[in-house]
Design a protein around this ligand. Structure first.
Ligand code: GRF
Length: 213
């Protein structure tokens, strides 16, 4: 079983999809989430971890191969330097013996430092990101709005390995959807989001079955 750590900054809907699949979907007995770290003060993520732990207990899996998922809220602003923040996150992931790191709506770019004890170094080639566009189109923030404003007729989402660039790592999977003339931003955001929840699970199953993780 692959132990995953998950970094989040948003509402955690991708996180919820992953956790649900680990409990009772195709990721069960394959992927085991051990730690979630959020940097979002709104803290919508903690209840999702609590739910996961309660469901695990209900299934009495805690005494077998499973352990409870740990949850941390860690704000960047509490750290004087980016490298200290990064290093703290990295240490937490290591304490929980994370094999694979998932960025499920994490709003910071992982940086390369000469100092070696940082996330990109320790988890090199073991980090997967999800992005709400068909990369390499529309990297960075507000990708769904950019696609709508640009007038492209097809958009979607991408999972990719993380390197030192912004949304530049090797693509693993993509899913597309049409943009209709009457689409509002909200309609398109919802459509892309629904695809994201499917593609993250499919990506992990694909990598697991092909022994790439
Ligand atoms: C997703 O669209 C993700 O691709 C982007 O941020 C959003 C996070 O959504 N980077 P959620 O927190 O999983 O609901």
């Amino acid at each position: 079983m692959i132990k995953v750590g998950i970094l989040v900054s948003g509402e955690g809907s991708n996180l919820a999809a992953i956790l649900q699949s680990c409990l009772s979907g195709t990721l069960r007995d394959r992927i085991h989430p051990v730690v979630v770290i959020s940097n979002n003060l709104k803290d919508n993520v903690k209840p999702k971890c609590k739910y996961y732990n309660e469901e695990l207990r209900a299934k009495e899996m805690l005494k077998e191969n499973y352990s409870k998922i740990a949850y941390y809220l860690i704000e960047r602003i509490k750290f004087s330097k980016e490298i200290i923040y990064d290093n703290t996150l990295c240490k937490i992931l290591q304490v929980h013996k994370v094999d694979l790191l998932l960025l499920a709506g994490y709003n910071r770019v992982l940086k390369v430092y000469t100092y070696k004890d940082t996330i990109l170094h320790v988890y090199a080639n073991k980090i997967i990101n999800i992005h709400p566009s068909l990369l390499p189109a529309f990297p960075g923030m507000n990708s769904v709005k950019k696609a709508l404003d640009y007038g492209v007729k097809i958009t979607g989402c991408t999972t990719h390995w993380v390197d030192e660039g912004m949304d530049t790592g090797k693509i693993i999977k993509q899913k597309s959807c049409k943009i209709h003339p009457e689409d509002t931003l909200k309609m398109l955001l919802d459509r892309v989001h629904s695809l994201e929840h499917i593609i993250f699970i499919e990506t992990l199953v694909y990598l697991y079955l092909n022994k790439k993780i």
